[in-house]
Design a protein around this ligand. Structure first.
Ligand code: SER
Length: 323
């Protein structure tokens, strides 16, 4: 069966690369990208429609026009920005999801992807190798909205038979499109500042360990989950998933293999520290491995190598353009 795919929130860090991967897999004409605003650098070949996921009428129009078989909902407000605008974060993350789930049922969409996050865990969740099922008491609005979203997704599967699939993404490290408003974003900023200034002032403390995933692994996991036979997907809330766990000081040491004079300092009292302190240090993703064959390919040393290689080229090209 021919797939028609809508990606909502396609301008963001994940959407940008997921759109490219889905176009590669299903063909350019089969993928419709959509975000609240057109992309800054429009891609000539892409089918793009500006839509606000909170505008149910506009979304309805989009679904009617393209009759999607798959929908990926990536529009969301992340953890740090969410703490600045809690009401808007809840509204976007929950009402956007409800709109998409309802319209997916109404339009007989075959599969829906919605990302959850390690932010669903909280101060009383076990920190090391956090299991799939455990205490979950998130205390950020982002984490609360993601945990609620997980319960809603599972409910729509059980109650209405909607084939919705989800991953609890850890911090995602990438170089193509900028991240926005996350607590794990230090692990991207550090590379930009290292290459531009040979120094970085980190908003998390030296020993704050967080689970992370390189973008290529995140995209592969997403496509594999969406490809899996429905009976392999035993978890309809969201799957634990991880690549590698490290601290800012471990990452700084890896960067020094390439930039020996790189220095790192640590900020006091950044509000993102309090968020990171409630999240897992590492994740147990046994269920994803057993159910649909998940296995990460990028460890810390490989992530560092590809980030430095790709970003130095990108910065070089951008500097060339600005001269
Ligand atoms: N990367 C996200 C954040 O830091 C976590 O899902 O908000």
């Amino acid at each position: 069966m021919e797939e028609r795919i809508i990606i909502l929130g396609s301008n963001g860090q994940i959407g940008t690369e997921l759109a490219a991967a889905l176009r590669e897999k299903f063909g350019h004409t089969q993928v419709i990208t959509s975000d609240i605003r057109p992309p800054q650098i429009p891609e000539g070949y892409s089918l793009f429609e500006p839509v606000d996921v909170l505008d149910r009428e506009a979304l309805h129009g989009l679904f009617t026009k393209y009759r999607p078989t798959q929908v990926y909902l990536l529009a969301a407000m992340l953890s740090a920005t969410g703490e600045k605008y809690p009401r808007q974060a809840w509204d976007l993350n929950i009402n956007g999801l409800l709109n998409v789930l309802d319209l997916s049922l109404e339009h007989s969409v075959r599969k829906v992807f919605w990302p959850s996050s390690i932010a669903v865990f909280g101060p009383h969740s076990p920190k090391a190798n956090t299991p799939q099922y455990t205490v979950m008491d998130p205390n950020t609005i982002y984490g609360i909205s993601k945990l609620s979203g997980e319960r809603i997704c599972e409910y729509y599967f059980n109650r209405f038979g909607l084939d919705v699939r989800s991953i609890r993404y850890p911090g995602i490290i990438s170089w193509k499109a900028a991240p926005g408003g996350g607590t794990t974003d230090y692990a991207i900023h550090i590379f930009h500042d290292a290459l531009k200034n040979n120094m970085y002032n980190c908003f998390l403390s030296a020993e704050t360990a967080l689970p992370m995933l390189y973008m290529d692994d995140a995209i592969r996991a997403t496509l594999d989950l969406m490809d899996a036979a429905p009976d392999k997907i035993r978890i309809r809330s969201s799957y634990n998933l991880t690549g590698v766990s490290f601290t800012p000081s471990m990452l700084a040491a890896e960067i020094r293999r390439f930039l020996p004079d790189f220095t790192i300092s640590y900020a006091d009292n950044d509000p993102r520290q309090a968020i990171a302190d409630t999240w897992p240090n590492s994740i147990d993703d046994t269920e994803a491995r057993n159910d649909w064959g998940w296995k990460p390919a990028f460890d810390l040393s490989r992530i560092t190598e590809v980030m430095i290689g790709n970003l130095s080229e990108k910065i070089h090209i951008e500097d060339g353009k600005s001269i």
